[in-house]
Design a protein around this ligand. Structure first.
Ligand SMILES: CC(C)(COP(=O)(O)OP(=O)(O)OC[C@H]1O[C@@H](n2cnc3c(N)ncnc32)[C@H](O)[C@@H]1OP(=O)(O)O)[C@@H](O)C(=O)NCCC(=O)NCCS
Length: 150
């Protein structure tokens, strides 16, 4: 993630909280229902109300991977986006080298739309990107799969 640098500190965290409070990013913590352990974040960003579109993002703490948490959180947030916010398109874009993120999109059953040449910058390199999207026609399937998630 571009912001996950060695010198990330309180000021950067406060800027992010301000961004969420301004309503331009719908960010949700992924936490344990019982003991509230913080595992990561799942968010809708670049929400464009006039076009009814948004981008989906997710990340986990390194100690919280390989348990299905990102897939389940993303599924629940997609239901919120398509049902409550009535968005028509929610896009997920990642570097083609980010196989873990590609696997999340595939596990969610999203439609792969295109590959964009040199569309994403990771570290100090430019990567080709894969683009997936969810639509209202996915809602019922996602809702059923997300039924046990709060
Ligand atoms: C992308 C990222 C969130 C994926 O994490 P992840 O742990 O692979 O994804 P999930 O939490 O969905 O877990 C899936 C794994 O748990 C397993 N799993 C266990 N129980 C599961 C369940 N109930 N449902 C789904 N998967 C389950 C899956 O088999 C899979 O394991 P595998 O990779 O060995 O096949 C993580 O790699 C990350 O934070 N990367 C850095 C940030 C980033 O790149 N974000 C995306 C930007 S577009």
């Amino acid at each position: 993630m571009f912001w996950a640098t060695e010198d990330y500190g309180q000021r950067e965290a406060e800027s992010f909280i301000d961004l969420v409070a301004s309503g331009s990013e719908h960010a949700f913590a992924i936490s344990d229902r019982e003991d509230r352990t913080f595992h990561g974040l799942c968010s809708l960003n670049r929400v464009d109300e006039s076009n009814r579109t948004a981008n989906l993002g997710y990340w986990l703490r390194a100690t919280s991977t390989a348990r299905g948490l990102a897939t389940r959180a993303a599924r629940r947030l997609l239901v919120h986006a398509l049902e409550d916010l009535e968005l028509e398109r929610v896009e997920v874009t990642m570097s083609e080298a980010n196989t873990s993120s590609v696997a999340v999109a595939q596990r969610l059953g999203l439609t792969e739309e295109e590959r964009r040449s040199r569309a994403t910058h990771v570290g100090d390199q430019q990567h080709d990107a894969r683009v997936f999207a969810a639509f209202p026609s996915d809602l019922e399937r996602l809702r059923q799969a997300a039924a046990d998630i709060r």
